[in-house]
Ligand binder design. Structure first.
Ligand code: FAD
Ligand code: NAD
Length: 475
C-alpha cells in the first residue's frame, strides 16, 4: 500500500505534533507517525514531553512543592495542621490523569485537523518515502510525501559505570514512577533533570546526594544565579558533590552502593535508588535508511541549516534531534516555522531568544547570554540587579528570595540577557523574551509601567538598576 501525502512527520512530540497541526492548518494533507506507548502499551501522542518529560515532572514538582510548603511554610501564615502525610499513590494517579488528558488532547487535535495518525516506527527510505515498521521490525506500510519532517526527539544517555536496571538504577522515566519515597536517593548529574527530580523526592523526605562530574555547579546558568541556587538547594537538604566521578555500582542488602572518586579520593555512598541524569542524545538510530542521503553528525544529530533543512532539500528536521537546546518550546517553534516554509510562506525563529527554565524552588529562568559569555566575546556590558526581598509582593507571599539580573550593551543599552532566580520566574522571564525579541533596551523596560504590587516589579527595578536608578534599593 502506498499512501500519498503532502507532508509526513516522523515523531509526535512538541516538535512533530506542532509541525503536523500547522501543516494541516495550512491546507497540507498530513500524516504523523509515532511509536510512543503509555504504560498500558497503548499509542500515546505528545512525545517525551507529554508522556515522560515536561508534564509528568511538573505534576510531581507541583505536588511535592505543595507538600513541602504545608510542612515548612504554611505555619508562617498561621495555618496549623496535624498528621499531614503524602499519599504517593494518589500523587502518581493525579500525574497519570494529567498526562492522559493531554496526550488524549493531541489525538483529538489530530482528528479535528484531519491529520492521519499512524502508530509505528518511521524510517526514511528515500527523499519521498517512509516505511512504517511494527515492534518486530516488519514493514506494515509505505507512505510517500512531497515533504518530510523528522522529529524523533531524544532519549536518556546511559553510563557504563551505572547501567539502568529499571528498579534500583533508573533514568528520568523510572524516576517519575517511584511508588514510594526512597529513604536515600542518589542522583548522577546535577543538570536540569537531576535538580528537578532530586527536588521532587527530597521535598517528600528522601535524603538526596547528587554526584556531578564537573567542578562548577550549573555552568549553563549565570554564575551569580548558580551560586544563589547552590546555596538554597544545599539549605533544602540536597547534598551536591561536585567533581565526582562514579566508577561502579554494587548491589547491597537494601539498595546499591555507589563507588565514586572526588578530588582523587575514592568514596562510597549507599542509597536505595539511583537516578541517572547525565544528558540526552538524539533518537536517530534506525531512522534513516543507509542511502537516505540525510547527514547526521558524529553524535547522531541530524544536520540542518538555520531553516531546519537537512542535506536533502525536501526533508526537514526539528526538535531535540537537531542542534540547539533540547527544549520543548524550541522544537515547537521550529516545527511551526518548517510548516510555514513548506507551505511557501516566510518564517522566523530567533535562537537568541529561547527562554530556559529550571522548575526547582526557587525557580531559575533566563533568556539571552550570560555575563561571562558576553565578556568572553569581548562585549562591554552594563548590569543591573534587584532582589525579590525588596518587593512587597514577594514579602507578602513569604517568598522573598532570589533576584533579577539584567545585562545590556554598554553603549547601545540593547538587552543581551536577563537572568533570574526566585518566585514564579518561569512566568516573569517571558516579558524579557518579548523585550529581547523586539530588540528593546533596558531603558524601554525601565519606562514600562509594571503593576504594583507584583513580582514583575523586580524586572522593572532591575532595568532601572542598569542605569543605577533603582528606587527600592541603594544603587
Ligand atoms: P520528543 O518529545 O522526544 O518526541 C519524539 C517522539 O517521536 C516520541 O514520541 C518518540 O517515541 C517518537 N519517535 C522517535 N523516533 C521515531 C521513529 N523513527 N518513528 C516514529 N516515532 C518515533 N523541556 C522543556 O522545554 N521544559 C520542561 O519543563 C522539560 N522538562 C523535561 C523533563 C524531563 C524529565 C525530560 C526527560 C525532558 C524535559 N524537557 C523539557 C525536554 C523536552 O521533553 C524535549 O525537549 C521535547 O520533548 C523534545 O521534543 P521533540 O518533539 O523534539 O521530541
Ligand atoms: P543536562 O545536560 O542538563 O545535565 C547533565 C549533567 O550531568 C551535567 O551537569 C553533566 O556535567 C553531568 N554529567 C555528565 N556525565 C556525568 C557523569 N558520568 N557523572 C556525573 N555527572 C555527569 O542533562 P539532563 O539533566 O539529563 O537533561 C537533559 C536535557 O533535557 C536538558 O539539557 C534539557 O535540555 C532537557 N530538560 C529540560 C527541562 C526544563 O526545561 N526545565 C527539564 C528537564 C530536562
Amino acid at each position: 500500500m502506498l499512501d500519498n501525502y503532502d507532508v509526513i512527520v516522523i515523531g509526535a512530540g512538541p516538535g512533530g505534533y506542532v509541525a503536523a497541526i500547522r501543516c494541516a492548518q495550512l491546507g497540507l494533507k498530513t500524516a504523523c507517525i509515532d511509536n510512543q506507548v503509555n504504560p498500558q502499551g497503548e499509542p500515546s501522542l505528545g512525545g517525551t514531553c507529554l508522556n515522560v518529560g515536561c508534564i509528568p515532572s511538573k505534576a510531581l514538582l507541583d505536588s511535592s512543592e505543595q507538600f513541602y510548603r504545608l510542612m515548612h511554610q504554611f505555619s508562617l501564615h498561621g495555618i496549623r495542621y496535624e498528621n499531614a502525610f503524602m499519599d504517593v499513590d494518589a500523587m502518581q494517579e493525579r500525574k497519570r490523569g494529567i498526562v492522559n488528558g493531554l496526550t488524549g488532547g493531541i489525538s483529538q487535535l489530530f482528528k479535528a485537523n484531519g491529520i492521519t495518525s499512524v502508530h509505528g516506527f518511521g524510517r526514511l527510505m528515500s527523499r519521498n518515502a517512509v516505511n512504517v515498521l511494527d515492534r518486530s521490525g516488519q514493514v506494515t506500510a509505505t507512505l510517500s510525501a512531497r515533504d518530510i519532517i523528522l522529529a524523533p526527539g531524544s532519549v536518556p544517555v546511559e553510563i557504563p559505570a551505572a547501567p539502568i536496571d529499571r528498579e534500583f538504577v533508573v533514568d528520568s522515566t523510572g524516576a517519575l514512577e517511584f511508588s514510594r519515597v526512597p529513604r536515600r536517593l542518589g542522583v548522577i548529574g546535577a543538570g536540569v533533570i537531576g535538580l528537578e527530580l532530586g527536588s521532587v523526592w527530597n521535598r517528600l523526605g528522601s535524603e538526596v546526594v547528587i554526584l556531578e562530574a564537573l567542578d562548577e555547579f550549573l555552568s549553563i546558568a549565570d554564575h551569580e544565579v548558580a551560586r544563589e541556587a547552590k546555596r538554597r538547594f544545599t539549605r533544602q537538604g540536597l547534598d551536591i558533590q561536585l567533581g565526582s566521578r562514579v566508577s561502579k555500582v554494587e548491589y547491597g542488602a537494601e539498595g546499591v552502593i555507589l563507588h565514586y572518586a572526588r578530588k582523587d579520593v575514592s568514596r562510597t555512598v549507599e542509597v536505595d535508588r539511583v537516578i541517572i541524569a547525565v544528558g540526552r542524545r538524539p533518537a536517530t538510530e534506525g531512522l534513516l535508511a543507509a542511502d537516505s542521503g540525510v547527514m547526521v553528525d558524529g553524535s547522531g544529530f541530524v544536520e540542518v541549516d538555520e531553516n531546519c533543512r537537512t542535506s536533502i532539500r525536501n526533508v526537514w528536521a526539528v526538535g531535540d534531534a537537531v542542534r540547539g537546546p533540547m527544549l520543548a518550546h524550541k522544537g515547537s517553534e521550529e516545527g511551526m516555522a518548517v510548516a510555514e516554509r513548506i507551505a511557501g510562506g516566510k518564517a522566523h525563529v530567533d535562537f537568541n531568544c529561547v527562554p530556559w527554565v529550571i522548575y526547582t524552588s526557587p525557580e531559575i529562568a533566563w533568556v539571552g547570554r550570560t555575563e561571562r559569555q558576553l565578556k568572553e566575546a569581548g562585549r562591554e556590558v552594563s548590569t543591573g540587579s534587584f532582589p525579590f526581598a525588596a518587593t512587597g509582593r514577594a514579602r507578602a507571599m513569604e517568598e522573598a528570595y532570589g533576584f533579577v539580573k539584567m545585562i545590556a550593551d554598554k553603549s547601545t543599552d540593547r538587552l543581551l540577557g536577563v537572568h533570574m532566580i526566585g518566585p514564579h520566574v518561569s512566568e516573569l522571564v517571558n516579558e524579557c523574551v518579548l523585550a529581547m525579541e523586539f530588540q528593546a533596551s533596558s531603558e524601554d523596560l525601565a519606562r514600562t509601567i509594571h503593576a504594583h504590587p507584583t513580582l514583575s516589579e523586580a524586572v522593572h527595578e532591575a532595568a532601572l538598576a542598569v542605569d543605577k536608578r533603582a528606587i527600592h534599593r541603594a544603587n
